[in-house]
Ligand binder design. Structure first.
Ligand SMILES: C[S@@+](CC[C@H](N)C(=O)[O-])C[C@H]1O[C@@H](n2cnc3c(N)ncnc32)[C@H](O)[C@@H]1O
Length: 328
């Protein structure tokens, strides 16, 4: 059943989410099987299953420049980050629907450039693509040809290697659902203006012929909230958003739903302030009423792929932004 009438409030009605992605009875997310399997296979091929199973409550690995930090982040956070994006796309509790609709609209068909910065192992972008592929496989969305230019940018060479491997393993499943992905994973240091220029040049070159652009910033709180990194990154983030802006451009900023991201003074409140001031000319917040809080939140649980008898909690805080330009 196709549920994508533009007049409907939801492009994918929560009642039509297939059981392969959402257990309606218990209200539990399941990662798209193909993505869960790639994650398990990579965990095993790299010999990091025990690392994946030894998560400590309250510890949130955020990756980093070294192999060790990257392995730990992949082993312990890939599934949670993927679940967070799946929650944003499916929005089964009707909590973040403007962003859910725009995310789905971005990848319905034609030619899209998805930029995930930072990408890590690509959990967030691959979750979007794998969820869309599963919705197509279950005939909830039509199987229109979709060409994707995926640009992943990250500081860590090990993280970019992971992202390439995930794409290598996912490509066939995506292609079976007419999703054809060309990936490019480039070095990026958000605190460095020349590195940011390189990323922007890559985006400009690669997205010249696309009809939509989607900028995804996910789970960057851990880095940006340390050692004055927020201040050192502000100019580059503004430049990145400004350059991606234009007709057909949409962005989301996703963080775990924790006080330190959404409370006054937190990262997402800082983004809201920028949206109302220096980013005002190229960003429109997605929402129903002007008075709505731009930050939407929700919580769920997901089945842990390497320990399917158990679930973990996932919290989502999201700002959806139409990157459309306006006069002064
Ligand atoms: C928590 S991960 C998020 C990755 C991905 N968006 C996800 O949802 O899985 C944070 C990433 O930021 C990267 N990072 C750390 N410092 C950075 C910097 N200065 N510039 C760009 N990326 C950086 C790390 O290598 C890591 O992959």
């Amino acid at each position: 059943m196709y549920v994508m009438n533009q007049n409907q409030r939801r492009l994918v009605d929560p009642r039509c989410i297939p059981e392969t992605l959402w257990d309606h009875r218990s209200g539990t997310l399941k990662l798209p099987q193909a993505l869960a399997q790639v994650y398990i296979d990579l965990i095993d091929s790299k010999g990091i299953r025990s690392l994946a199973l030894s998560r400590s409550p309250g510890e949130h690995p955020v990756g980093g420049i070294s192999q060790e930090q990257t392995d730990k982040h992949f082993a312990q956070a890939f599934d949670g980050s993927a679940a967070r994006m799946e929650l944003a796309v499916l929005d089964p509790m009707d909590a973040t629907s403007p962003s859910s609709n725009e995310l789905i609209r971005s990848v319905l068909g034609h030619h899209v450039c998805i930029i995930e910065a930072p990408c890590g192992a690509g959990a967030t972008a691959f979750s979007l693509l794998a969820t869309i592929a599963e919705l197509r496989a279950q005939r909830v969305l039509p199987r229109l040809p979709l060409d994707v230019v995926l640009i992943g940018a990250d500081f860590s060479t090990y993280a970019r290697d992971y992202a390439r491997e995930v794409l290598g393993h996912m490509a066939t499943t995506l292609e079976e659902q007419a999703v054809f992905v060309k990936g490019e994973f480039v070095p990026w240091d958000v605190t460095d203006k020349m590195s940011n220029t390189d990323l922007i040049q890559t985006i400009t070159l690669r997205s010249a012929r696309v009809n939509r652009r989607l900028l995804v910033v996910a789970n960057f709180n851990g880095f940006l909230e340390r050692n004055g990194n927020r201040k050192r990154s502000q100019a580059q983030l503004e430049e990145l958003f400004r350059h991606v802006s234009g007709e057909g451009s949409f962005a989301i900023w996703i963080e775990p739903c924790m006080n330190r991201a959404i409370a006054n003074g937190g990262l997402l409140r800082w983004i809201c302030t920028l949206l109302g001031t220096s980013w005002k000319r190229f960003v429109r917040i997605l929402g129903v009423n002007v008075s709505d809080d731009p930050i939407r939140t929700c919580f769920s649980h997901f089945k842990i792929p390497i320990d399917p008898d158990h679930t973990a909690r996932v919290g989502l805080a999201i700002i959806g932004m139409q990157l459309s330009r306006s006069e002064k």
